[in-house]
Design a protein around this ligand. Structure first.
Ligand code: SF4
Length: 478
């Protein structure tokens, strides 16, 4: 692809102007309706989508919409979709069916779709054919054009006209559009977009495009602003953070970016995801080891414990190489917590391959693993490979899941009896009078407390482990 263009202020100002134009149109529409108009953004999928949704909500809020969680009640509904697994697509079609019947009763309801799903041509064809009531469809590459597209949707008075603006790729990164953060004390920060890896099962490189890194100074400026606004923890986001910087003029690695972020005063915790095992450098391990702020936690997707299957997946590492990286991490940071992603039932996977995955789970000693059954994605090389027997896949899945649960249950016990710092995230939905927070190593802790603790650090004695989380007692207050 061509060099990355960091949009001049020109595109930013153009979109900010559109936000002002939306305000005017909205004011007229609200006068007619005799009430405020509301918008709801529903997110499907990963942390990248969650961060994109914060930007989309920020724009809608700034433009004057009242933000609601309820997509059935809202005047404007936007689904930010995911297409990594087929059942995510089916969920969206299901919700769209419901919105279609609501729109029959209320024709002024506006419906839009964006995200990875809309980058697939077959999906857009299906939407055009069977979901004609949708007002606006756009993709992942032109999300910065959202104000312009919303404006065009609002002034469009032909109910049959569906606005579709999906780009195949982009070399543009637009900085500084409004964002509404979900949490006041923590935030995701994109450091790069897209992926160059083409794992044979994955649709991401086709729907998110090639790797594009943001400039380090833009990332630092964003984090400094967040910290000034009360953020103490950032999660650096990218499909493969370990290859950060490859397309930039400046010679900079991910490890070096972390060194610079570490210097930001007031920032307390740094997380990142996702790390590709093939690109995890010794330099990064060194930086993590010496850091006071980078969390002793690594999400390192393995996908399979069989080198034969890893080759078919085009992962570019073997079981042995993966274990080598894990051992280096454990040696440098003995207390590190490790999580992973596992795919069960990749084409050609045998019982023996699945057993190898289970044995790797035990050997690494994961603190948690997200285990998925392989989902065939049209357009990827694995889709045309011979698929596995469903019954056998189910059995292997259960066997691996059981191994993950047993391993995690054992591993978490090492923290029992320790006094550790917890960043409180929320009140506990299941137990009244309790709050939930995270240790620096990402493990969840529940302890007695109330909403006033949200966003603060508490010293907690970890009394007891309960599978994937811990129960504790606060020891630095009431
Ligand atoms: S590294 Fe592989 S699995 Fe991850 S986004 Fe890129 S292609 Fe997909």
């Amino acid at each position: 692809m061509d060099e990355i263009t960091y949009s001049s202020n020109e595109e930013l100002h153009k979109q900010l102007d559109y936000i002002e134009k939306i305000k005017e149109v909205l004011a007229e529409k609200e006068k007619e309706a005799g009430r405020k108009l509301s918008a709801s953004v529903i997110t499907f999928g990963c942390q990248m989508n969650a961060r994109d949704s914060e930007k989309l909500i920020g724009i809608l809020h700034k433009a004057g919409f009242e933000i609601k969680d309820d997509d059935e009640q809202a005047d404007f509904v936007l689904y930010n979709t995911c297409t990594v697994r087929d059942n995510a697509n089916q969920k969206v079609y299901g919700r769209l069916g419901l919105l279609g019947s609501l729109k029959k009763k209320n024709p002024s309801k506006m419906i839009a779709l964006c995200g990875c799903m809309t980058q697939e041509a077959t999906v857009v064809d299906k939407l055009k054919e069977s979901y004609r009531f949708i007002n606006l469809i756009f993709g992942t590459h032109n999300i910065f054009k959202f104000p312009e597209l919303v404006y065009l949707m609002l002034v469009n008075d032909d109910p049959k006209h569906m606005i579709i603006d999906v780009w195949k790729d982009t070399n543009l990164i637009v900085e500084d559009l409004p964002v509404d953060r979900k949490y006041s004390f923590k935030s995701g920060v994109n450091i790069m977009f897209g992926c160059n890896n083409f794992c044979s099962y994955c649709i991401v490189p086709y729907v998110r495009g090639r790797e594009r890194s943001r400039k380090p100074e833009d990332i630092i400026a964003e984090i400094e602003k967040l910290v000034a606004d009360g953020v103490v923890e950032v999660m650096l986001l990218g499909q493969n953070v370990n290859s950060y910087g490859k397309n930039l003029d400046e010679d900079i690695t991910f490890a070096e970016l972390l060194r610079r972020i570490e210097k930001i005063e007031g920032l307390k915790r740094i997380r990142f995801m996702t790390s590709h095992p093939k690109d995890l450098s010794d330099e990064l391990i060194e930086v993590m080891k010496d850091s006071k702020k980078i969390n002793p936690y690594m999400h390192l997707p393995v996908q399979s414990g069989s080198s034969r299957i890893l080759k078919a997946m085009n992962r570019n590492y073997t079981r042995e190489r993966y274990l080598e990286v894990v051992n280096k991490l454990k040696e440098a940071i003995p207390d590190i917590t490790l999580t992973t992603d596992i795919i069960v039932g990749f084409p050609g996977e045998t019982k023996e391959d699945a057993m190898e995955t289970a044995s790797l789970v035990k050997e690494v000693g994961y603190d948690n693993a997200f285990t998925f059954i392989y989902s065939k994605r049209t357009g990827t090389p694995a889709a045309s490979m011979v698929q596995c027997d469903e019954k056998e896949v189910k059995e292997n899945f259960n066997m691996i899941l059981e191994t993950v649960q047993e391993t995690a249950k054992e591993r978490i016990k090492r923290f029992e009896g320790r006094d550790m710092e917890v960043l409180v995230e929320d009140v506990n939905d299941h137990e009244e009078g309790f709050v939930t927070g995270r240790l620096a190593n990402n493990l969840l802790v529940h302890f007695k407390g109330d909403a006033s603790l949200i966003g603060t650090f508490c010293k907690v004695h970890l009394d007891q482990s309960k599978g994937f989380y811990l129960l504790g007692t606060r020891i630095d207050g009431n």
